[in-house]
Design a protein around this ligand. Structure first.
Ligand code: MG
Length: 367
C-alpha cells in the first residue's frame, strides 16, 4: 500500500466551560486542532488529530503542527502507511525532533492499518483488558470553593478521579487540595497537578502542608532535577508528566525512583507507535500511567481510547475523554463517556467517521 495524498484541516474547539486555566495564570478559551487525512492507493483513508494545549504548555503550538506538516508530508507520498516502524524512522530522518508534528500522521497510519486488516486499533496495539476503562476529570484552576463545587458536580456525572489544576499561589493551592478532598469519598482519587508551576520552595511548602491528605502530586516544578528533589521530601504518591517525553526519560526516572506514575501524552511522544513503546515499557517496570494527549476532539479521544485499552487496569491510573470538554464534534463513532468510563470502538481502525462539513476545506494538501 502507498500513501497518495496527505491533507490537513484546521478546526476550532471552544470549551463548554468557556475557559480552561492552569498553572501560572495560563489559559485557553478555544483550542486550535489539526486533523490529518491520509489517502492511499487502496482507497482507504486514515485520519489523525493533533491539538496542543496552547503555545505555552509543551514545546508545541497549533500553527507549528501545520508548518511541520508542510516540511514532512510531501516527502511521505509513496511511503507504505502500514509499515509503522519504517514510517516513523523515515519521519525522524526527515525532521529532527518535533514529535507533535509527527503524531497526526502516525495516528492516521494506524487508522489505515486497522481498516486494511479489519481490526480495531486497540487489538493491533495489544488487545483489550476490560470492556471499558477509567477516566479522570481535569478541574480548571479557580478559587478553592468553586473547584470543590466543580468536583462535586463532575462526581455526580460519574467521574471518580479528579485532577486539580494547582501550580498557583501555594496558600491557595493548599486550600484547593483540602477543599476538593473534603467533597470526595475515600475510594475516589485526587491528583494535584502543578503543571511545572511551583518553585522548589513553594512545592516543598505545599507537599508538607498536605502530607496528611490522600492526594497524588503531579509535576510540581519545571525540571526533572527539581521534581526529583521534591519527590525525595514527600511520602505522597508522585506523578511526572511534562519532563517525561521519551523512553530514555522513563528509564532515568525508574532508575532514580523519581515517580510512581507517569503521564504519557500521544503527541508528546510523537504518535501511537512511540506511545505504545512507552506504555509497554512502563508495564514492564510497574509504573502506573495516565494515557492521554495534550488536548483534542473526537479523533484524539478515539486514539486515546485505543491506547488505554491495552493497559493492565492496575497500571492504567487514568485517561481522558477530551471530546466531552469541547462544544464541537468533528467525527461520528468516537467513544463517549458513560459513568466516568469509556470504551474504544469495535469497528476496524479508529472507528471514527470525520464530519467533513465541520472540517471544511483542507488548509494543506500534498499528493
Ligand atoms: Mg499533568
Amino acid at each position: 500500500m502507498k500513501i497518495t495524498r496527505i491533507s490537513a484541516y484546521q478546526v476550532d474547539l471552544p470549551l463548554k466551560e468557556g475557559r480552561y486555566s492552569w498553572s501560572e495564570g495560563k489559559s485557553v478559551d478555544v483550542f486550535d486542532s489539526t486533523v490529518v487525512a491520509i489517502e492511499t492507493d487502496s482507497g482507504i483513508t486514515g485520519v489523525g488529530e493533533v491539538c496542543p494545549l496552547g503555545p505555552v504548555y509543551l514545546p508545541a503550538y497549533a500553527e507549528g503542527v501545520r508548518t511541520g506538516l508542510k516540511e514532512l508530508a510531501p516527502q511521505l507520498i509513496g511511503a507504505d502507511p502500514t509499515a509503522l516502524n519504517v514510517l516513523n524512522r523515515k519521519m525522524d530522518q526527515l525532521l529532527k525532533g518535533h514529535p507533535y508534528v509527527k503524531s497526526g500522521i502516525d495516528i492516521a497510519c494506524w487508522d489505515i492499518l486497522g481498516q486494511a486488516s479489519g481490526q480495531p486499533v486497540c487489538e493491533l496495539l495489544g488487545g483489550r483488558y476490560e470492556d471499558d476503562f477509567i477516566l479522570y476529570r481535569a478541574i480548571s484552576q479557580r478559587p478553592p470553593n468553586e473547584m470543590a463545587e466543580n468536583v462535586k458536580s463532575y462526581r455526580d456525572e460519574g467521574y471518580r478521579r479528579f485532577q486539580l489544576k494547582v501550580g498557583g499561589v501555594p496558600e491557595e493551592d493548599i486550600e484547593r487540595i483540602r477543599a476538593c478532598r473534603n467533597v470526595l469519598e475515600p475510594t475516589d482519587k485526587l491528583i494535584a497537578d502543578a503543571n511545572t508551576g511551583w518553585t522548589m520552595h513553594e512545592a516543598a511548602r505545599v507537599v508538607n502542608a498536605v502530607r496528611d491528605i490522600d492526594v497524588y502530586i503531579e509535576q510540581p516544578c519545571p525540571t526533572y532535577e527539581e521534581c526529583l528533589n521534591i519527590r525525595r521530601r514527600t511520602p505522597l504518591p508522585f506523578v511526572l508528566d511534562e519532563v517525561i517525553d521519551s523512553v530514555a526519560m522513563i528509564l532515568r526516572g525508574a532508575t532514580d525512583g523519581a515517580m510512581d506514575n507517569v503521564n504519557i501524552k500521544i503527541s508528546k511522544f510523537g504518535g501511537l507507535t512511540k506511545a505504545k513503546q512507552a506504555r509497554d515499557l512502563c508495564v514492564s517496570l510497574g509504573i502506573g500511567m495516565t494515557l492521554e494527549d495534550s488536548w483534542g476532539g473526537d479523533i484524539v479521544t478515539a486514539s486515546i481510547a485505543h491506547l488505554a485499552h491495552g493497559t493492565p487496569p492496575e497500571l492504567l491510573f487514568t485517561s481522558t475523554d477530551f471530546n466531552s470538554y469541547v462544544t464541537t464534534s468533528i467525527a461520528d463513532g468516537a467513544p463517549q463517556r458513560v459513568n466516568g468510563r469509556m470504551a474504544a470502538s469495535t469497528q476496524p481502525g479508529l472507528g471514527v467517521r470525520p464530519k467533513w462539513d465541520v472540517l471544511g476545506d483542507p488548509v494543506l494538501s500534498f499528493q
